[in-house]
Design a protein around this ligand. Structure first.
Ligand SMILES: [Zn+2]
Length: 490
């Protein structure tokens, strides 16, 4: 974050070193050019970069452990604190607002609490960090040598099937939403349970789910396709008018995890103009680690241990025992498998760069959300090692800057520009959206009046069978449904 200052220090130190050795100094003065120890070129690139990481689960630590970013974190406990951020030159982080499905009935409340915990950190450390809500905010924070904190919701269930909540989350600063987490919600399928016959699936997304994507486009909230099922992925790309991101996903070609992206998906991301932010988790980037850690017997033993802990430590108020509380068990369990080499992570970045293109790859660490990281990457402080490895593979300065943050910044600006355009267009059209109709039906607007409005303004959507069911479920009269079916489409 402080390229200029460190360069000054470096020059100062080298001149001091020369001053202490008069003979060297003399020699250097006589023979031009002056020989100075050469700066590590990879480190120079790293220190000059604006680095954006799009996924860290630290808010659970803020909220459930009372963790403060100003505390130095032992490596066994966490991957991110202000000191590690500075050492790694991390410029901006998307803190994940991850709502555990166990919070059923309280999803939005839990999301609000996590959001509050991020603001709280920024308020506690105003000299070192700041909240950011746009690409310009990130750039400005970088210029001021401040760490930029952003927020993304992980798991569309957090909006509780309510478009108004989605808008509220945008208003309080959420800038991306992962359409699903590992759980299929009521409008989009997840890769996490797509094989589970007990879960009601939608063949991708429902009409409401597609409307969620459209509304995110209009708001300027980035559509995040990490975790979703393949069908949801392709449908989201068809519907979205703005580039999308995978905030923390790796390559399925290299590591056969259903949550990773196939080469075909990577190529679809190229066409979409989006960016795939590569996840660092050992089980997503290394086939050996994935196989070892997916041994059903070992998983069974771990799950039994977690369940026993949950029973023994049930909360008196009935609130769920959080992942944060059982994380220590999972972390200890993970140590039985040897960590993969750093090369495995670099292979994934390299693969995405080759298949999707150098303009479509970035970093989505999943710090504080995973139990194992490749060798050498213990925390955010080790980010320079990634730059070093890319440099050694022949990546140029310009390419590395794109991977470290440039590509994401382009996508965020694209999403912002699309939102501006859509808002301007929408203002000109007075056609009723499905949501307008739902609100009127829900508010018991007189059917004759409603039909008048439909005839006068027209509608902006197709009346699909799913929408008919939704309207009838809200007791819309048949005459209203008929009028919509016959209305002008704009
Ligand atoms: Zn995740």
């Amino acid at each position: 974050m402080k390229p200029k200052r460190s360069l000054v220090y470096f020059l100062l130190l080298s001149s001091l070193a020369l001053a202490q050795h008069p003979s060297t100094h003399k020699k250097a003065a006589k023979a031009a050019p002056v020989t100075r120890p050469k700066a590590d070129p990879a480190l120079t690139i790293h220190q000059s970069a604006l680095i954006v990481d799009t996924h860290a689960d630290t808010p659970q630590r803020f909220l459930d452990e009372n963790f403060d970013l100003g505390q130095n974190t032992p490596l066994a406990e966490g991957h991110i604190d202000l000191d590690k951020i500075r050492q790694g030159n991390l410029g901006a982080e998307f803190f994940s607002i991850w709502v555990e499905p166990e919070f059923k009935g309280h999803y939005s409340q839990r999301a609000m609490d996590l959001i509050d915990s991020v603001y709280h950190q920024a308020a506690r450390h105003p000299d070192k960090m700041t909240m950011a809500f746009s690409a310009d905010d990130i750039a400005r924070a970088h210029d001021q040598h401040k760490f930029a904190a952003l927020m993304g919701i992980e798991g569309g269930h957090a909006i509780e099937n309510d478009m108004r909540l989605l808008r509220d989350f945008y208003r309080i600063g959420v800038r991306y939403m992962t359409l699903t987490w590992s759980n299929t919600n009521e409008w989009a399928d997840s890769s996490g349970d797509i094989q589970d016959p007990n879960v009601k699936h939608h063949n991708g997304m429902t009409d409401f789910g597609k409307d969620v994507v459209r509304e995110m486009n209009r708001l300027g909230m980035i559509v995040d396709i990490s975790h979703v099922s393949d069908a949801t992925f392709y449908q989201a790309l068809l519907v979205s008018q703005a580039p999308v991101i995978a905030s923390h996903s790796s390559s399925r070609e290299l590591t056969n995890q259903p949550r990773n992206m196939t080469d075909d998906m990577l190529r679809a991301m190229t066409n979409n103009g989006g960016v795939v932010m590569v996840n660092f988790y050992s089980a997503f980037i290394d086939e050996n680690y994935r196989k070892a850690s997916s041994d059903p017997e070992k998983i069974k033993q771990r799950d039994a241990e977690v369940d026993a802990y949950k029973k023994a430590h049930a909360h008196p108020d009935g609130s769920p025992v959080t992942y944060d509380e059982t994380a220590a068990i999972e972390k200890k369990w993970a140590t039985q498998f040897p960590r993969p080499p750093l090369k495995s992570l670099i292979d994934h970045i390299d693969h995405v760069a080759k298949v999707a293109g150098i303009d479509h790859v970035g970093l989505g660490s999943d710090f504080d959300g995973v139990t194992s990281l490749p060798e050498g990457i213990d925390s955010a402080a080790d980010l320079p090692k990634i730059t070093q490895a890319l440099y050694q593979r022949g990546y140029t300065r310009e390419q590395i800057l794109k991977i470290l943050g440039g590509n994401f910044m382009r996508v965020m600006r694209d999403v912002e520009a699309t939102a501006k355009r859509l808002q301007a267009e929408r203002k000109e059209s007075d056609a009723l959206s499905f949501e307008d109709i739902e609100l009127m039906v829900g508010n018991r607007v007189n059917p004759a009046q409603l039909i008048d409005r439909v005839n006068q303004h027209g509608v902006s959507f197709d009346l699909t069978p799913e929408r008919v069911t939704r309207l009838k479920g809200q007791k819309a009269e048949d005459s209203v449904v008929d009028a919509i079916a016959k209305a002008r489409k704009k």
